[in-house]
Structures are given as C-alpha cells and as structure tokens.
Write a protein of this length. Structure first.
Length: 249
C-alpha cells in the first residue's frame, strides 16, 4: 500500500516574524557583549603585564647598582620629607598609655629609576618572600597608578629601621604582586633589602583580616622593634589581609 506524504505549509504570522527578528537582535548583542568583555580582559592583562615589566626593569637596575661602590650609591640617594612620618596627636595620646616609644623619622631615603616611557619611579628598597615567589622593588609612596607597577610603601619610615614599615600590594588572584600574601602563615620569612644593600629577615607572627578603613595595624609604636606590615585585599575585595612581621633574631 502506497503512502502519500503531505507537507503542510506553516503560515508565518507577523507576531512570529517579530519574535524571530528579536531573537536575531538579542543573539547579535550577546555575541557583541562577549567579544567586548573578552577584549577588555585582554587589554587589562596587557596593561598589567606592561606595568609589571617596569618593576622588573627597576629590579634589573638595582642589580646593576651592585657593581658600584657603596659610597657612590649612597651619594646618589635622594632624601625627601614624607608626611606619613609625622605621628598625629591622637595616636600619641592613645599609645602613650602603654609607655611605648615611637620612632622619630626625619625623612625617607629614595633612589630614582627612569623608565623607557620617560616616567621616573622612586623606590626605597626591595621585598623578597621566598615561599610565594615575591621579588619586587618597594616604591616610595602609594597611589592607584603606582600600585599597578609594584608594591608600595603605605606608611612608616625607611626599610630596616626601628618602627613599622607598611607595604601595600595588589591581590590579582594569581601569582602577581601580593596575590599569594594571604597564604602566608606564622613563621614564614619576609626579606627586606634597603638602599644600603643591607638585607634583614622578618618573621611572620600574625595574619588577620580587617575592614578596609581600619588603620590600626599601621601604628609606629613597636616598643623599639623593627617590624614590617604587609597589606593586600581579600579575594572578594571587601576587606584587607594584614600580615605582621618582626625582625628575626
């Protein structure tokens, strides 16, 4: 018995045409959005790599200074007064109750590197954290732009002096800058090299998280100790990870 196949013609209504057109527009917009987001991500990564390469150039410059004599190098240092070296009266009154003594800073010694882009970057030393592969120059001050280049001095005096040198660095959720700093634990070692090429090891003694506006860990009252405080964002950027270190004896 023969079977006859009948194909029914589907009538396309105006409403169906509008829906198909709308779907096409939404599809094109979705593809465009994905491409745009991907392009932004690629550019951001390129920009981060470009800025980080400046810190590598500064490190190379620092290594080249090892070929000069100490006296020549010290004569090249620039000493400038920094506002963060002044302790406010409120902090003094708060800490004096504990009979602690704050260090007296007269200024911060810096050295200058001129990058290929013509910009000058002032740095105060070098930070190395062997456990997490950190090796960067410490820039002399903190700003949005400088934090893209390298970890920066946030507060305190010169490296390896009595007091609390606070260093801030970005957490990019990868291996760059201070991304792995939150993984440090008590007993880990942080090495700070100053402009006179003296390297001191600091041992982590506390790791905790604070609100982004909490500045209590930047106090300069260390009871005569040399300390370093590392500061970076939590992974969700809602808080700050604080890593406290003291000179290893």
């Amino acid at each position: 018995m023969n079977q006859i196949l009948v194909t029914e013609k589907v009538y396309v209504t105006p409403e169906l045409r509008r829906k198909k057109k709308l779907y096409k527009i939404l599809f094109i917009l979705s593809v465009f959005s994905i491409v745009a987001l991907f392009s932004v991500y690629i550019y951001a990564e390129y920009d981060r790599n470009k800025e980080e390469n400046i810190s590598k150039s500064i490190l190379s410059f620092i290594n080249e200074q090892d070929d000069t004599t100490v006296s020549e190098y010290e004569n090249a240092l620039i000493v400038k007064l920094t506002q963060d070296a002044t302790l406010n009266a409120e902090d003094y009154e708060k800490e004096s109750e504990s009979n602690l003594q704050a260090p007296s800073y007269t200024g911060t010694a810096t050295s200058t590197y001129k990058a290929a882009n013509g910009k000058e970057y002032e740095y105060i030393g070098r930070i190395v954290i062997p456990k997490i592969g950190v090796d960067y120059p410490i820039l002399s001050e903190t700003s949005v732009e400088l934090l893209k280049v390298s970890p920066c001095k946030f507060h305190g005096g010169n490296p390896n002096e009595v007091g609390n040198l606070c260093i801030a660095g970005h957490n990019y959720r990868n291996k760059r800058f201070f991304s792995k700093v939150p993984t440090l634990v008590v007993g880990d070692i942080v090495e700070i090299t100053d402009l006179s090429r003296r390297t001191i090891q600091y041992e982590v003694y506390d790791v905790h998280t604070v609100d982004e506006n909490d500045r209590s860990d930047t106090t300069q009252y260390t009871n005569g100790r040399k300390e370093v405080t590392l500061i970076t964002c939590t992974d969700d950027s809602k808080g700050r990870v604080i890593v406290k270190c003291t000179e290893k004896k």
